[in-house]
Design a protein around this ligand. Structure first.
Ligand SMILES: CC(C)(COP(=O)(O)OP(=O)(O)OC[C@H]1O[C@@H](n2cnc3c(N)ncnc32)[C@H](O)[C@@H]1OP(=O)(O)O)[C@@H](O)C(=O)NCCC(=O)NCCS
Length: 205
C-alpha cells in the first residue's frame, strides 16, 4: 500500500477512536434555506457532485485528489457525496457530505443534536490556499443545501471554535449557529458530550 493510503487509513482510524474539542455547530433547514443568499464565486468555477467510487476514477489525474483518493473513495463507499470545485483545469476546493442515518464520519455526530429526520453533515471541506477568499467555500455550502434540503432535511456543518475563517464562511452561506458541542471520546468511551444551544428556537426537521 502506498504511503498516502497508509496515512489516510490512520487518519480514518483516529477519527473512529479519538475525537475531542469544542465545535461550533451550524445548521440549515428548509425554513432557513428560504433566506439563503444566492452566492457565486468571484472566479469562473464549476461544481461537480460525485456519488460513487467509479465516478471518481475520472478525477485521479488531479494531484490534490490523487493524494487523498483512498479517503474520498472510502467516504463514497459509505454513501457520502463528494463536492469538487474546478477553476479552469484545476481542482480548487472540496467538501464531503454524509447522510447521518447511514454514516457518521466523526463520533461527535452521535450526539442527539444531529439526530432525528434526515440530517446531513458537511465535513472534510477546504479551499486550496491560492484560491481562498474568492467565495468558493460559501458557494459549495449553498450548493450542498440546495441539493439536499427538499422538505424536512437538515444540513449541519461544524467548525473548531477558533477557526474564524470557517465560521465567517459558513455564516456567509446563511447557516445559523445553533450551539457549541464540547466533546471528548477516547476509544469506546465518550467522556464528555455537552451541547449548549445558542438559539432559542431549535432547528426544525
Ligand atoms: C475556511 C475555508 C474553507 C474558507 O474557504 P474560502 O473559499 O476562502 O471561503 P470564502 O471565500 O467562501 O469566504 C466567505 C467569507 O468568509 C470570510 N472569510 C474567509 N476566509 C477568511 C479569513 N481567512 N479571515 C477572515 N474572514 C474570512 C469572508 O468574510 C468571506 O466573505 P467575502 O466572500 O465577502 O470576502 C478555507 O480558509 C480553508 O480551506 N481553510 C482550511 C481548512 C478549513 O479550515 N476547513 C473548514 C473546516 S470546517
Amino acid at each position: 500500500m502506498e504511503l498516502n493510503a497508509v496515512l489516510s487509513w490512520l487518519s480514518l482510524l483516529k477519527h473512529r477512536f479519538y475525537c475531542s474539542g469544542e465545535k461550533y455547530v451550524f445548521g440549515m433547514s428548509a425554513d432557513t434555506l428560504v433566506g439563503m443568499p444566492d452566492l457565486s464565486p468571484r472566479i469562473e468555477s464549476r461544481c461537480e457532485v460525485i456519488r460513487d467510487p467509479a465516478g471518481f476514477d475520472r478525477q485521479t489525474s488531479y494531484p490534490e485528489i490523487k493524494k487523498e483518493i483512498f479517503k474520498f473513495k472510502y467516504y463514497l463507499r459509505q454513501g457520502c457525496q463528494v463536492y469538487l470545485v474546478f477553476h479552469q483545469n484545476a481542482v480548487v476546493a472540496h467538501a464531503v457530505v454524509a447522510r447521518l442515518n447511514r454514516f457518521r464520519p466523526y463520533s461527535f455526530a452521535n450526539h442527539a443534536v444531529f439526530q432525528g429526520g434526515t440530517s446531513y453533515l458537511v465535513f472534510y471541506g477546504q479551499t486550496f490556499p491560492e484560491y481562498r477568499g474568492q467565495g468558493i467555500n460559501s458557494y459549495i455550502l449553498t450548493q450542498i443545501c440546495k441539493n439536499n434540503i427538499k422538505t424536512g432535511e437538515r444540513v449541519f456543518v461544524t467548525s473548531d471554535w477558533d477557526n474564524v475563517a470557517s465560521h465567517k464562511t459558513i455564516q456567509k452561506a446563511g447557516f445559523k449557529k445553533i450551539g457549541v458541542l464540547n466533546y471528548l471520546k477516547v476509544s469506546f468511551f465518550t467522556l464528555r458530550a455537552v451541547f449548549k444551544a445558542t438559539e432559542v428556537e431549535p432547528l426544525r426537521s
